[in-house]
Design a protein around this ligand. Sequence first.
Ligand code: GDG
Length: 722
Amino acid sequence: MGKTIIVSNRLPVSLRHKNGKFEFKPSAGGLATGLGSIYKEGENIWIGWPGNDVEDPEQRAEIIIELHELKMAPVFLTREDIEQFYEGFSNETLWPAFHYFTQNINYDEHHWEAYVRVNKMFCDAILKKADPDDTIWVHDYQLLLLPQMLREKLPNATIAFFQHIPFPSYEVVRMLPWRHEILAGMCGADLIGFHTYDDMRHFLSAVGRIMGLSNESGYIQAENRLINVDSFPMGIDYDKFAKSAKSKKTQTIAKKFLELLGDQKLLLSIDRLDYSKGIPKRIKAFDRFLEENPEYHGKVSMIMVVVPSRDKVRSYQRLKEDIDTLVGRINSDYSTLNWVPIHYFYRSFPFEELSAFYAMSDIALVTPLRDGMNLVCKEFVASKVNKKGVLILSEMAGASKELQDAILVNPNNNKGVADAIKQAITMPEKEQQARIVSMQETIQRYDVFQWVKVFMDRLQYVKQKQLDLQSKEVDADVISELHENFKKAKKPILFLDYDGTLVGFKGKPEEASPDEELKSLVSKLTKKSQVVIISGRDKETLGKWFKGQKVDIIAEHGVWLKINGGKDWELYADIDDHWKPDIKSVMEYYVQRTPGAHIEEKHHSLVWHYRKVESGLGDLRMRELFSHLKYMARGHNLQVLEGNKVLEIKRPDINKGRAASAFMKGNEYDFILAIGDDWTDEDTFQAMPENAFSIRVGYSYTKANYNIKSPKEVRYLLNKLT
Ligand code: GDG
């Protein structure tokens, strides 16, 4: 087991220049605390930008040594990198896009180039430290390309990615000219985590639509790897906030502040300066509350902390101006000599003062327009040691999914938020207590340490799952074993599925006819062995494609059989199709409602195809049709099966397994090999005797003995046999 490397844009320390020297200020953020238990252990390390530009090589060397002692390694970025990669692409393109501020997106090619370049710099820095079997956990939207860059260089490493901000709907992702590269970058990871289920399903839908990779319960089947996507709502260091709120130091500070403020109901608002946090709308809602409730003038005030952030970006400068103007107007409208409605601070506070604000405030007003999670609301709740207090929380914050006992508001609803302030001020203490206690239980249980643990456990689980599949992979040893056995065999037989096994999938089914290479391969195989093409395709197509070859063909999952390249087909199963008209009329109804869908009629089955239907709509209609058909299937003793963009209804006793067994009956084969790629081939695998070899194409779970990557490898293997 290798070491663990944490990677984020910023290191958990800030490098400051002071009188020509430099010093490090540790970050007290939740992520740094939560991951402390990891990067401080053994050989583990945290890699990232230290937060300042250092040009002098001697100074750089000193910094590297100092950081090394802190278990960190720096990636030095120049002023230009910061402007184009961080302020540019990360904060002017990805941040607004991912927070649904599409009007703020800057589409700048140079910024994109810088983003690629800096992700590459991170990759190089990691490669200097990483061993092939290390675990690398990459954080957040500044490094979306990194997982794939790492995967190319360290194919066996365990790579995880966590996104701290929202992942938007496919409709937004598709607007980005670099959407493909971004998704491919993320898909280099083995585990991809988001705060909420919604973020996760948006990501899966974008990957499905843009990359054409479908998923099953959060597992994406990439070319040669299983990727897991899941939701891991991040928590806080609960005990730290609860303990601090009780501490003498915090209480002394709170007491001092309260004396200065006088007898007031206190509303607390804390955010980084960011348009996603909804600060102007919040101020306007407070304004409305004051306007509609004059009886509270002089009795309620708001403490508003805005922490400076990204102030080089123009949209942030404009936001700051808007906030200044709004606060100025409200204070000038309502203030009296002994009362100011908004106490506004554009700076950050030391932890103890922040903790005092949380502890002494009656209400927290957390109303982002969009927020990945939002930790401020959790910190407020954890600080309510006397169980009194009310949280007003935006439905648009990831945290709202967990904190259902807050007063949940739509931050765009000016009246709704103003009313929520009134509701909070007048909420009976008993109700406050019940709500706070219930939220505290949640936040305490799912704290940041639990978050790290659950994430890391999941990562191990996914890796193990991949290894289980890999251990069954057809490798050089398996090939030589097959070859030896095949060579020795007097009476060998091969059952070969066609589509997805001997040829890859084509846009149109009729385009998948055998090429010259395949024809000559099959003909070589038939010289030594019995070769059975076992497919769901219709007999006419298969007959035409393999004309003149000495193969046996089982068509339509076992309805038809043609022996040894002969002319005539024999019916290989009882056909009873009195059920078809009823079922077909239902399927037709779904074709009429679904542009792009069509029905294929086979002797023993009806197939509803939706490959050409608008993605999403096809799945929706398929689900509807599925439940409709399932209901009808019972009456007719039929089986409904979901396939690759098809829904098939058929008699359950007609399948490849039954056909393969019947075919082998009475014969003693001394080498049996079955290869197939989907659920219909699972029946074949199951019907195989113990001494048979069976191989499934792709990395799904299977009853076959082995997995193989693609039709290309299948052909390679068959060639080796000959
Ligand atoms: C991103 C996502 C997601 C604030 N003022 C002071 C101060 N803070 C600390 C708070 C809190 C942190 O800053 C803010 O965290 P948030 O989660 O609320 O917001 P973002 O910075 O936007 O974080 C967000 C988060 O990543 C984690 O995944 O929740 O959705 O946008 O911890 O305590 N700390 C001090 N003084 C202050 O004045 N010391």
